[in-house]
Design a protein around this ligand. Structure first.
Ligand code: ZN
Ligand code: ZN
Length: 418
């Protein structure tokens, strides 16, 4: 017996053995050999196998018209499920989708029993065929495209309960923001007293600060995308009392559960800048995606600051400028600053002062421009933080010194797309 003959015999015998379990629809019969051959649906594959068996055995062939013991004729209901999906997504704007399903345990058990009894090498699970067939049927009805990698919508069929669940994937865009007003945190903070529940202290807003950069940008965005929420992912963050000017800070805004997706980014930028009334402004560069959020958050960006420094006691501009020069290019040892010690691990970090320059006087204070390695604490570089940061400007001057105001003027972005 040659190899091909042996193969056919073997398949025939397996089909016969499968038929012995009970009436099995063409879909389920074909799916037991689902990974053999290409260009066939399981339906066609199953019918082909049954026809081959009938001819081989010289027996009459009957088209399947019973109740399948594996799936209970589930595949007759594919058009019904497709209708349910189309109905569930009718108010959503999307171009791609992916179908998934929860399979009743009994169906999975039925087919898995046959796989193991007959040592089938190439079966396809029920779940995959359901997802594919319903996906195809939906595509035909509404013209949308199945996308396995980054679908706009993920649709889950709960087969036992007869319902469709829709998960709307977030939309992302990349830009830079400037913050012109001090006292605005980057993201929403729950009120410390009530943890967001609302109390007298927060005037029942639940917020520690009324506005955040996230909310000033997010409010018009949530409206235009008809979304649930918007989350700001920043490339680092400035202190609440620091402004973010100059180049602005790179961010990705995640628009959660948007009902609309085809928003014009130029109009969106205008709308954000109009409603933020000069407190915050954005420059939106392009669309983004979830994977870039990770890149953005892990990018260690050097930052440039413009600070106003006050020194106790008499000091000439020359003396001040000379003290600054001794910090140029120096590696600073910084113990976790006292002001953040309650939420960060206490350890010593080494960060370099890449560039530091005296930029003139203003109201009896000294203006300084500093380019710091990512993670350098600027306020502590000036004050010394009671000896926790060394060397510091205060240590060099042997006088108390502190930062009166701080502006971030430049933050490096992610490499691509700017
Ligand atoms: Zn079946
Ligand atoms: Zn409160």
């Amino acid at each position: 017996m040659n190899w091909t003959g042996g193969y056919i015999m073997e398949t025939d015998e397996k089909v016969k053995a499968i038929m012995a379990y009970g009436e099995c629809c063409d879909h389920c019969t074909g799916r037991f050999f689902g990974k053999r051959s290409h260009g066939l649906s399981n339906d066609e594959r199953g019918r082909g196998l049954k026809i081959a068996l009938a001819i081989g055995q010289n027996l009459p062939y009957h088209r399947f018209n019973g109740i399948c013991w594996v799936c209970g004729n589930f595949f007759d209901t594919v058009p019904l499920w497709a209708d349910r999906v189309v109905e569930a997504v009718k108010d959503l704007e999307f171009s791609t989708f992916l179908v998934g399903c929860r399979v009743p345990p009994l169906i999975a058990e039925n087919e898995e029993m046959v796989w193991s009894d007959l040592s089938l090498a190439d079966p396809e699970p029920f779940k995959s065929e359901v997802n594919r067939e319903v996906g195809k049927a939906v595509s035909i009805l509404n013209g949308k495209v199945v996308d396995f990698k980054k679908p706009d919508l993920v649709i889950i069929l709960d087969l036992a309960r007869g319902i469709v669940e829709v998960q709307v994937n977030s939309v992302f865009f990349y830009g830079r923001y400037q913050k012109f007003e001090r006292g605005i945190p980057q993201t929403h903070w729950d009120c410390r007293a009530c943890r967001g529940a609302g109390c007298e202290k927060c005037n029942f807003t639940g917020a520690q600060y009324l506005d955040s950069v996230e909310e000033l940008i997010g409010r018009p965005v949530t409206q235009l995308f008809d979304a649930e929420n918007a989350i700001l992912h920043g490339a680092g963050r400035e202190d609440i009392d620091a402004r973010m000017v100059g180049t602005g800070r790179p961010f990705i805004l995640e628009v959660v559960a948007p009902k609309k997706r085809s928003v014009d980014l130029t109009l969106l930028e205008e709308e954000i800048n109009r409603t933020a009334e000069g407190r915050v402004s954005v420059a939106i560069k392009r669309w983004s995606d979830r994977s870039e959020v990770e890149t953005l958050k892990s990018t260690k960006a050097h930052k440039k600051y413009r600070i106003l420094v006050e020194v106790d006691g008499a000091l000439t501009a020359d003396e001040f400028a000379n003290a600054l020069k001794t910090l140029q290019g120096v590696t600073i040892q910084q113990r976790t600053p006292e002001r953040v010690a309650h939420r960060r691990a206490d350890k010593i970090r080494e960060r370099k002062v890449l560039d530091i320059e005296y930029a003139g006087e203003q109201d009896g204070k000294f203006v300084v421009e500093v380019l710091g390695e990512a993670g350098l604490y600027i306020k502590e570089l000036v004050s010394g933080d009671k000896g926790r940061t060394r060397p510091s400007l205060a240590e060099i001057l042997n006088k108390a010194a502190h930062v009166i105001s701080l502006d971030v003027t430049q933050v490096e972005g992610t490499k691509e797309g700017e």
